[in-house]
Ligand binder design. Structure first.
Ligand code: F0G
Length: 470
């Protein structure tokens, strides 16, 4: 179906049964909120937000089947029936025999990394998400991002810009030295790199490289179903396979996975770590009990495991994914018509605005990504997130990021096409007055994961332009 003279309208394969009123803060309310929040949108109250595109993590709507699974929770501390349903579902989807629930993705990362990573370890990934990177560093390891050069090019229209650079991975594995690389990750889809997918061919070659060097390969599978959708629709020979079959083909080549089920598990909280290796599984269980909880609940209510089992299966439904990716494309199509620069092609869960082309008059020190996030909120109460040098490095000797982006993440099954049209209109209005937008400076800089708690203040344009005092 298409709108008159516009991008294809995504057909919602669900209807509303419960609704929630959307707040409508006035311009004065928004100005006051920005001041109070220290220009960090993580500090806003949700009552101050019209459309919330901060994240697609844990912000989706559960289905009636998931809600009914919650109502039949078996809250036994150990041996709950919900754990059995959850374990069976994950085993079927992934083939991994050992499955341990965690409260969310970073819980899974902490448990896995605490067991495998030592000071001096090197951990490759196409691109680490910030929490994965922080957990590797927290154990004294060194995260290495080895995505192909295409991942850093916001304009080329290539199908799999999340792919691993096999030459660089091969060189790292050959030269790292015995035992220095305790595991490799591949992140599906590559969230830190505009949500771009990884092809099956590239994943298979990555797995072969890792195997030939005896390095276990773990999948950061947060958005594995979205990745499988791109493989199905873009990779030769894959069209006839189901989403679940494609996912399974990836997992069959891997040694394990970490999962934030707040994404393609379609729940508001939950995750897991899974492995094929019985010895690793024993050590994971010990760490799990220390950090998360007993292995049959892992920091969750047992009813949450029931909802997760249903959600994981629903995420493989093709009609669901067509709508999901269709929403991202719909928003991108409207932005394209307005001449707004964004990372192309769009990935599975978000549109990533290309900040350098959006605000070319601001330099990196003026924090243009955060400045844009602030303007989107100021203009229309839309909350987005900076994915650039505030979220990733640019401090303490870590080089600033090659990509400066603002992510408009679309929660699953929450907003309609008219909400997205509203967002496109807000972004286009900000784009039209982009030349007037000034920068920000950081007034409070936390040491780790700075974007969550940093505070900012506007930079006076004149002050930026003024020559430095001798
Ligand atoms: N890996 C990836 C690729 C992620 O996108 C996230 C979370 C995590 C791991 C950690 O999972 O939040 O459940 O602890 N991403 C969220 C986001 C926060 O907004 O993209 P978590």
């Amino acid at each position: 179906m298409s709108a008159p003279d516009g991008p294809a309208l995504p057909f919602e394969p669900f209807k509303a049964k419960v609704v929630e009123r959307i707040p409508n803060p006035s311009r004065e309310d928004r100005e006051r909120a920005l001041e109070r929040a220290g220009f960090n949108l993580f500090n806003l109250r949700s009552a101050e937000i019209r459309i919330d595109l901060l994240t697609d993590s844990g912000t989706g709507a559960m289905s009636d089947r998931q809600w009914s699974a919650l109502m039949v929770g078996d809250e036994a501390y150990a041996g709950s029936r919900n754990f059995e349903e959850f374990e069976a579902t994950v085993r079927e989807l992934t083939g991994f025999p050992f499955v341990l629930p965690t409260h969310q993705g970073r819980g899974a990362e902490n448990v896995l990394v605490s067991v495998l990573v030592r000071p001096g370890s090197i951990v490759p990934n196409n691109m680490h998400f910030d929490t994965t990177e922080a957990h590797v560093r927290n154990r004294g390891g060194e995260p290495k991002n080895l995505a192909s050069a295409d991942a850093y090019d916001p304009e080329s229209d290539l199908p799999f810009k999340g792919n691993v650079d096999l030459d660089r991975l091969g060189a790292l594995l050959r030269t790292a030295g015995e035992g220095r690389v305790p595991l490799a990750f591949v992140t599906l889809t590559n969230n830190a790199g505009a949500g771009q997918p990884v092809s099956f061919a590239n994943f298979r070659a990555t797995a072969e490289l890792c195997r030939s060097h005896g390095v276990p390969l773990y999948v950061d599978m947060c958005r594995w179903a979205e990745n499988a959708y791109f493989v199905k629709t873009r990779e030769p020979g894959m069209r006839e396979r189901s989403i679940a079959e494609i996912g399974r083909a990836f997992f069959d080549l891997a040694d394990g996975a970490t999962m934030s089920a707040k994404k393609d598990g379609l729940v508001n909280i939950g995750g897991f770590v899974a492995t094929r290796d019985a010895r690793v599984a024993d050590r994971l269980k010990e760490a799990l009990i220390l950090y998360e909880g007993f292995p049959t609940y892992g920091g969750l209510a047992r009813r949450d495991l029931g909802a997760m089992a249903v959600g994981l299966a629903e995420a493989t439904d093709l009609e669901y994914l067509e709508h999901r990716i269709g929403q991202v494309r719909f928003l991108a199509g409207l932005l394209d018509r307005a001449g707004v620069p964004f990372f192309k092609p769009v990935g599975g869960h978000a549109v990533y605005l290309d900040v350098r082309r959006f605000l070319p008059h601001l330099d990196a020190a003026e924090l243009p990504g955060q400045a844009l996030v602030v303007e989107l909120y100021r203009e229309g109460g839309v909350r987005a997130v900076e994915i650039g040098s505030i979220m990733f490095g640019g401090q303490d000797g870590i080089p600033a990021r090659p990509l400066e982006m603002v992510r408009l993440a679309i929660p699953r099954r929450v907003y309609s096409a008219s909400h997205l049209a509203y967002v496109a209109d807000v972004v286009a209005r900000v784009h039209a007055r982009r030349a007037e937008i000034g920068g920000l400076r950081m007034t409070h800089r936390p040491e780790r994961l700075p974007h969550f708690t940093a505070r900012f203040a506007p930079v006076e344009r004149a002050a930026v332009a003024a020559p430095r005092a001798a």
